[in-house]
Design a protein. Sequence first.
Length: 94
Amino acid sequence: MATLPKHQRVVIALSVHILRAAVTRSADNKVDGIEVRLALRCLLPHCPERWPLELYWDAAGQENDIGRAQGVTAAFNGIVRQLRRAGRYEETSL
């Protein structure tokens, strides 16, 4: 696979950063804000499967604190796994 242009790598890294920060906040509050929606939308073309992105968004707006935190965390892990598998993200990207 060809190397992504720098601007796309930056968009992916920033999107992952936004989602990771929302995971941290998800135990206390809903995290279904505009920044999370935009980050998920930016990652859509880079994830081979949509399910972790949809799961993240669905979990982000849940009322139940524990269910929201668990759902967002599981979805985030699925997103990062897909991005890595597709060669689109490495931890050093941040």
